[in-house]
Structure formats: structure tokens, C-alpha cells
Design a protein around this ligand. Sequence first.
Ligand code: SF4
Length: 321
Amino acid sequence: MSDNKKIIMEVSNLKKHFNVGKNAVLKAVDDVSFIIREGETLGLVGESGCGKTTCGRTAIGMYNKTEGQVLYKGKDVHSLKGKEKKAFSKEVQIIFQDPYASLNPRMTVSDIIAEGIDIHGLVANSKERIEKVNELLSLVGLNKEHASRFVHEFSGGQRQRIGIARALAVEPNFIMCDEPISALDVSIQAQVVNLLIKLQREMGLTYLFIAHDLSMVKHISDRVAVMYLGTMAELTTSGELYKNPLHPYTQALLSAIPIPDPKIERTRKRIMLEGDVPSPINPPEGCRFRGRCKYAKDICKEQRPILKEVAPGHFVACHLY
Ligand code: SF4
């Protein structure tokens, strides 16, 4: 991915906090910054509860922000109104984690896919609507006989293909893929990821790809951002992250991925992380990873590490660097 490509989304110091009762604030996203270039896939990864989904949803305006700014094509996502808001809701789509829950069981596949087409008035008549739905079904590896069926008649992988067709129906530029493969069998995950890669190439789509599985993220992402407890731990190109992870948290996450070659797999040293991700309600001062980090020093207790560029395009938030 070339650095000359235009920036499509710019997230600056984004915070999303939730008040959860007596003086308790859940800091789901706490000062996160990144950019996404046109046609790029940015993977956003971390354990469950790290704030990645909240970050993605706030970035595309599904949630109000607490602080910070998100620009999409130079416009502030959280202040869009009227026509601009409608245009944004067409350009930016979501593929949800759970194809079982995100598709209406009482609607035919055709009506599910065409919902956005109808809202945005993208076809002139019912003949065009049928043609458009059939074209979308074929694009995602389904066929026109599927159009009149209901979601319960499909497998998990096929349902996710329907979800992808629904997102593509309004000809978006940007898709937030919100853990789109987590609910699928491992054997199906690669098929869905390969379909997303193919569609991106054909249609010039930009993806924010949220996942906790680093192995699939490597396959699809140009760059990867690793989140920990509402903060950004590391951000770099996919190749660099897997070759040269710098943050102790990234190193531990990567060490957990099995290696397909049995000889190398036997030599893999797994870094065991002790404890769980602490609660994002009133999180610890200093580095939020310090309770689980074997390199923690005094400064880690006192100062929150900021995300610094330590090599071209390689950012890390850790006092070791
Ligand atoms: Fe570990 Fe300190 Fe780096 Fe945090 S800042 S990851 S505690 S060494």
C-alpha cells in the first residue's frame, strides 16, 4: 500500500467513555489515533474487551464520541447532517460479526439485500431491482435461486455472504468489518476472507477489519493496529508487525499463533500472559499493560506511554523504546 494514496479516514485522539454508575467511567476507547488510506485494509486487533469494536463503531459515527475527532474524506463524521449524513450512510457500510443475528429472519434474501437499494433509490423499477440483487448474489458466490429464500435456510458462511451482499448493495467505498469471521467455522473463515480480498481488489474498497484472530488479520491487512484496554499499543505494516513485533503485548499475542510447519512449530516459544485484561472501568494509571508485562519498570507505573514512531511507519506505545 503506497503512502501516496489519499487518506480516507483520520481518527485523532478519539475517546469513547461510558458512565456506568457512581463515579465509575468505562473508558472503552481512550485517546486513539490512526489513519486509513483509500483502498487499504487496516486490521484492528486485540482481546475481547480491548475496545476495538467500540473504536470502530465510534469512528463510523454509530456511537457519539466523548472527545477527539474523526474525519472521513475531510468531513467531521460526528457533525454530519442532512444530505451529507445520508451520503455518508451510503458510502460507509458494516459487515457484522454474527450473520445469525444481523439478518432479519422474516425477510427474503432479496428484500434483505435490496433494503439499502430501496432507501437510497438506486434502481428505477422492480426489474432493475431483481437484476441488481442477482448480480450481488453472484458477486458473493451465491445464485439467483437463493433470492426468494429465508436466512434460516443457509449455512453460517452463506449467511455472511448475504451480509456482504447487503453491504455492497449501496456501492460503498468504506466497509467496517466487525469481526466478520469470528462466528464462523475455521474451515469457512478463509473463504470469507478471500472473498473480501477479491471484492476489495475489484471494487477498490477500503476496510477497517476488526478481529481478535491475528492469523487471519495478517492475511487481509496492509497495516495492523493492536489495541489494549482502550489504547493503541502498536501500529505498523502487516509484514513488519509479524516479523518484528515491538510491544510486549503484541509479542505475546503473536507467540500464541500456531505455525503450520511442524518443524518450526516445535520450536515456537509461547509467551504466556498472566492474568486477564483488567477492567476498563477506572483503568490503572501509567501503562495499562503493566500488570501483565514482565519488563515493567517504575516509569510504567507513573507515565502512560505515548504512541511514538520508532522506525518509518512503525509506531509503538511502550517505555522500552
Ligand atoms: Fe511493559 Fe512498561 Fe512497555 Fe508497558 S510501558 S509494555 S509495562 S515495558
